[in-house]
Structures are given as C-alpha cells and as structure tokens.
Design a protein around this ligand. Sequence first.
Ligand SMILES: [Zn+2]
Length: 395
Amino acid sequence: MSDLLVTNVRPDAKTTSDILIRNGRIAAVAPNLPRKPGLPVHDGGGAIAIAPFVEPHVHLDKILWGLPWHGISVPRTLREMIDNEVEIRRTLPWGVLERAGNLMRQCIAMGSTHIRSHVDISTAYKLDNLHGVLKAWEKTKHAVGLELVAFPQTGMMIDPGTADLMEAALGEGASVIGGIDPGGIDGDPKGHLDTIFDIASRKGAKIDIHLHEAGDLGLFEMGLIVERTRALGMQGRVVVSHAFCLGDPQRDKVERMIDGVVEARIGIISSVPGANVFPPMFELARRGVKCAVASDSLRDTWNPHGNGDMLERCWLLAYRTGSRTDDRLIECLGMGTSRGAELLDLQGHGLEIGCEGSLVLIAGENLAQIVVDRPQRALVVKNGRIVARNGQWVD
Ligand SMILES: [Zn+2]
C-alpha cells in the first residue's frame, strides 16, 4: 500500500484534476492538490484516467507466449484438442511458473489489475497447474489481484478422482469451481452439474462454467444451471462463460431463458468469439445481468490470437456489435472495466474517494476514441504503486 500523487489527468476524460492516493486508497480528487515532502509525484501530462481493466476469464496455465510460434494446422474435434494440449504440455521447455508469470505481467502492462483464471485440474495434472500459477503470482501479487477456478478441462465424470481434486483445490488457493460443456465432454449434463454444484454449495465456493454448447442443448443445460442455482440458494454466485446459446436465433426461447438468468442472478462472460454467436451483452446489461468481456484462451494450443489487452477486447465487442455511437462505445469500455468488477464482486473499483488507489492512464481525447484507437497504456497503478509504464511491466 503506497502513497502517490498523480497530477494533471482527466478522470473519465472529464476536467483536469490531480488524484492523491494515500495508503493504497484514493484520498482526494481535485485540481492543484498540494505537493508534500516525500510524496512521490507523477505528472500525467493531461492523460485520461480510468479505473483499471478487469480480466474475468483467462487461462494462465495454458499460455505458450514467449515460446516459439505454435501453429495450429489441423482442425480437430474438441476431444482431439484436449488430448493434443495434454500431449504438447508434456514437451514444453517452460513450466506453468514461467508461462503464467509471462501472461500475468502482460495483462498488468495492458492495465488489468485483477484476473480470474481457470487452471486445469485432472488426475494427470493433479494440482500442479494451480501450484504453478500461485507460485508465479508471488512475484506479481503487489500488482494484480488473482482468483482461481478449479477447471476440469479434460472431463470430470469421465476421469474419476477429478472432482475430489477440484474440491481439494479449494483448500489450496482456488475459490471457484469450474465446469465445462456437461453434455459434450462428460456426456452427462445432470451428473456434471450436480457434482460441481454439490462441491460449491458445501464449500461456500463460487461457480464459473464454460458453456460452449449452443442451440437447444445449450439452452437445456442453461436451464439446468438456473434450476440448481435457485434450488441451492446460490443466486449471485454463479457465472456462465461463453453462453453461446443465449445468442441463438430462437429469440422466444432465449428471452425465456434470460428471464431465468435474471432471476437466478447468474453472471455472463463473453470473449466475443470470432466464429460463434455470443450473448446479447447490451440487452443482458439493460436487464440487470452482471456481464463482462474477457480474453479467455489466447496464444495457446487452442487459439493463436489474443494479447491479454482488455481494451482490445472492448473494441472487439464494439466492432462485432456494430457499435458506432459514443454512448455505445463507452458502454463497451465498461464491459472491460466496471462491469467486470461488478461481476467478480470486487470492492472499491473506481476513481472516487475511498476506492482502491488503482488506475490506468491513457493519452487520448475521450473514452469513445480510446476504444476505437486503443492507445498504449501510459501508466498502470495498483494500490498507489506504479506497476507498468508505456505498455511495459515495471519490476
Ligand atoms: Zn476458457
């Protein structure tokens, strides 16, 4: 927790002000705040100041960044993709420690000061990926908050012992129970969902489920998730990532499902995928659903794209939804910042007095323009400490 006076900035692109951070929290926002001996000062040069980006869904243990280019040459089935990843990970020269550390530093340099990451748990990996990511975080803890999802990437019902390991992960640093395509991977939607809801409700953990399954199967599974969330009183503690089924053209069915999502207070995360339909994010937000965008899988055996830049993800949402008005572009920015913070229940995210003393400076004209132009992050501050400058992590 540090002190810092950031001068000559425009909070939310409005009038020029100084921002004083004391003991890691915002203590004052006003023009011409007094300089005091011993108080570090950073001249913001008229840049826009925003509250930090939030990365609510990434896979720190999967990243291959820093290693030679990994080409994805053969289209594969989901099962083949899973097996392919397991095989490739066996041969990598770097472990999770190095690779996860690389991606965390990149996310921080791009302005994210909180990350929710899934980590693969299986009887083959055991808790090794979780331990590797936690070890990497030791070096970046001052710069980024981290919450981890125990994620059964390779299947749970088909790999007996995985559910027990996921439960054990909750005692070793994970706080969220993950799930994935209950029909497509485990072939047992009810069994898969009953298992993860049982662990989470007994342990007081949150849930975050990858649901790529689209159309009627996806809507059926979303219905099962809504049903279990209500029955176990887990409203507000369940997130569904991807939820392609909510982008389905069968609007009547989708509308009814959104009613259930609203009632069960289920959060929705989208990576704004290139090849799939995705949920109607603005409509969800208008109806009070907590929703946000995220990077998801990037530069790994699944996806050659991505760079951990949430501002780019906000732009991608704007681009794919044909957002052109300033209001809509600003709404897209919110999907990578304040809405991500709401979705993850982060306290003190903002630039008001009393909020966490964390901010991002970006040189630009206004909030709509920075979504379109995606300028470099001039400065990233976490709890009053400068953690990145000009797009580079500061050690
Ligand atoms: Zn994912």
